[in-house]
Design a protein around this ligand. Sequence first.
Ligand SMILES: Nc1nc2c(ncn2[C@@H]2O[C@H](COP(=O)(O)OP(=O)(O)OP(=O)(O)O)[C@@H](O)[C@H]2O)c(=O)[nH]1
Length: 386
Amino acid sequence: MRTYHAWLDDVRPSPYADQLSLGFRWLRFSRVLEREYRTHLLDESFELKRIALSTAMVIWLALAALDLMLVQPPHLGWILAVRVLVLVILVGCGGLILQRRYIRLLLPLSMACILALGIGAAVIVGIAHDADPSYPYEGLLLVSMAAYFLVGLRLSEALGCALAVLLAYIGAEWLAGLPLPRLINNVLFLLFGNLIGAVGCYLLEYKSREYFLISRLMRLLADRDSLTGLHNRRSFNRQFERLWRQAQRDGQSLALLLCDIDHFKAYNDHYGHQAGDTALQRVGALIEQAARRPLDMGVRLGGEEFALLLFDIGPDEARQRAEALRQALEAAGIPHQSSDSAAVLTMSIGVACLSPGTEGELSQIYEQADRALYEAKAFGRNQVAA
Ligand SMILES: Nc1nc2c(ncn2[C@@H]2O[C@H](COP(=O)(O)OP(=O)(O)OP(=O)(O)O)[C@@H](O)[C@H]2O)c(=O)[nH]1
């Protein structure tokens, strides 16, 4: 399978990039990613399961019509009874699958449908062969193909179902007394059919896993600033609304800290653009550290402008956190000989808060924090204003 090259180093650290480099030829990711992939697969294959279920029911009923032509009583009665029983199972499981509420049951229910179809078909073939050994058994292969390609099962799950169906078939034919050479011939045909299905399913799952990793990686790249690894402005704009809705629901406040490095043009002019980039990365790391709780967010808005969105925090604590951040940069002691404010690199911070129950527009809190930042700059820089 394909190997991934140097470009993955550009997007590290990322578990998706690591997994792409490690490979997954055994169709397995690291534990956390595997869980994420399976949840994604269940979600993605929901529509597929709906289509597969309707298709299976139509084919199952069409085959019942064939039975009416090919099989005579009393075997016909038994076969129709099995068809009805399987149909009842399909309708029951299908009803639960379509409700979507039972997302955890989606996989066992899908497998139950495949097993009901496969074992039902094996029993029907066994009953029919009791009277007429020429009754077509190849329909069993349709069930295996559905398991491999139609239901959104992983290869291991599809293989498990196909094997159970094959065993049920051998058992049913044994009881029906099908001559051994014929049984061997049929089993070999089914085995080869399954081999083709399994190889196809492997390739499909491999591609599905690859797509999963690359799409997650792309999403991460689209949301991150490439220099600092912080969220970018696009991600901030999108997530602010979601966080504000959650804050309203939970009765929590939000604080926005707008941070701007002081005299950064002079820093660039004095130390060069490369050193400027390194300084931006160090500031980014401090912002990242300050956004330590799960719903906090460190952002590089662009150039030497950063933002820190803090969740569940009042105005006093927000101001303290801003002051701590300002001091952390000062304490980092990055020399800045051409600054008018200090001998080291510093930043000014504007703070604004949104309490639950107030109108919460990003533009509103942003303007408020921007005004405060302007004040911090105007009053001499290297300070916090609210
Ligand atoms: N090295 C580097 N510099 C950048 C980057 N993005 C923006 N800059 C520089 O950041 C500087 C910002 O300068 P100004 O907007 O004038 O602000 P300032 O010099 O920090 O002045 P005050 O904010 O008023 O203290 C410009 O010189 C930009 O070239 C970047 O990605 N890397």
